[in-house]
Design a protein around this ligand. Sequence first.
Ligand SMILES: NC(=O)c1ccc[n+]([C@@H]2O[C@H](COP(=O)([O-])OP(=O)(O)OC[C@H]3O[C@@H](n4cnc5c(N)ncnc54)[C@H](OP(=O)(O)O)[C@@H]3O)[C@@H](O)[C@H]2O)c1
Length: 283
Amino acid sequence: MGWTTVSGKSVPPIGQGTWKMGASAEAQADEIAALKKGFELGLMLVDTAEMYADGGSERLVGEAVAGLRDHVFITTKIWPANASRAGTLAHLEASLKRLRTDYTDLYLLHWPSKTHPLEESMAGLIDVLERGLTRYIGVSNFPADLLEEAEQLTDHRIFANQVSYSLMAREPEVALIPYAKTHRVTLMAYSPLSGVVDPTLDGARQDALGSVASRHDVSSSAVALAWVLRQEAGPMVTIPKASRVEHVMHNAQALRVRLTDEDVDLLNSAFPPAKRDIPLERL
Ligand SMILES: NC(=O)c1ccc[n+]([C@@H]2O[C@H](COP(=O)([O-])OP(=O)(O)OC[C@H]3O[C@@H](n4cnc5c(N)ncnc54)[C@H](OP(=O)(O)O)[C@@H]3O)[C@@H](O)[C@H]2O)c1
């Protein structure tokens, strides 16, 4: 599976999500152990947000990356209600304190904002980029036409758009993936396992996943991640969240899976495509 080098860091196509982590003191030791196991296995990209556990997830990530900062690619996000031009700077500075670092690798607008015009939020992102507080900027939950608007508001590269994408949520294939491929915007697939690695999944789908998994001698979760990262989906990173070490180990198996055309056909027929792309939702 192809790794890329971004700002001198080797970034694998599989990172680690942290939504719902950092919320409880009791779970903290296990969550840090899971993140560290991921780093050990090469999952050197971590995704967090100021909104997750009200800053608790960023604090957790700061602790987990201590001593490894130069090797880990950190993504965090600003909540849309905070994303005025001045607010973007103030909120990134607060995130950096919690993360115990002086820069993020990627800073994203978490959702299209119903409070601030896109011009304002983009101006804020450009400011923090030009001040060196982040190496790259991007967006999240942007349909193709709004992504195009964002691109028109800056001469800088919009590095990534983070959206829901999985075997169970194939909406981005309709318009977003074709757009992102042409414009070289990396998609970051969130919730890649949601509803897929799930005991209530119907039998035919379980069977399709299970048979591909046994062909490659890996977990079903690794197959679900390898499908998201298949070549025709274009530049793609995925960020499964696992607070259990065992889950992290299963997910990391995807780094060595190369699905065949036959595997992909089987999965595509068990998990049919969506009819419409992701909707525009402003928060
Ligand atoms: N930009 C956005 O608006 C947005 C929205 C949602 C998510 N995200 C980001 O994307 C990340 C991932 O999405 P997500 O957390 O919604 O969903 P996900 O990664 O698809 O699924 C997480 C769930 O799957 C379980 N799991 C992980 N690996 C597993 C395995 N190998 N076998 C069985 N179960 C496994 C986890 O359990 P354990 O935790 O118990 O291991 C957790 O319950 C988030 O954490 C967040 O960083 C971004």
